[in-house]
Design a protein. Structure first.
Length: 66
């Protein structure tokens, strides 16, 4: 009977350890996601700026030639 209780305790301990590992992995995954989202937003900003400046260049210099 005592052996069974010990085994249950062991299993509960292992489950607890697994849980904390999973929590840590989740946290890391969330951080990585946030970083990815930030870099996406930044590159979108640069892309928009690039498109705008290209448009102004185009209208300023190239359209009079056409």
């Amino acid at each position: 009977m005592q052996q069974a209780q010990q085994q249950v305790q062991q299993i509960q301990n292992q489950a607890g350890q697994l849980n904390t590992q999973q929590q840590q992995q989740l946290q890391q995954a969330r951080q990585q996601l946030q970083q990815a989202q930030q870099s996406i937003q930044q590159s979108q900003k640069y892309l928009c700026q690039g498109a705008v400046s290209f448009k102004t260049l185009f209208w300023k210099y190239l359209s009079p030639l056409g």
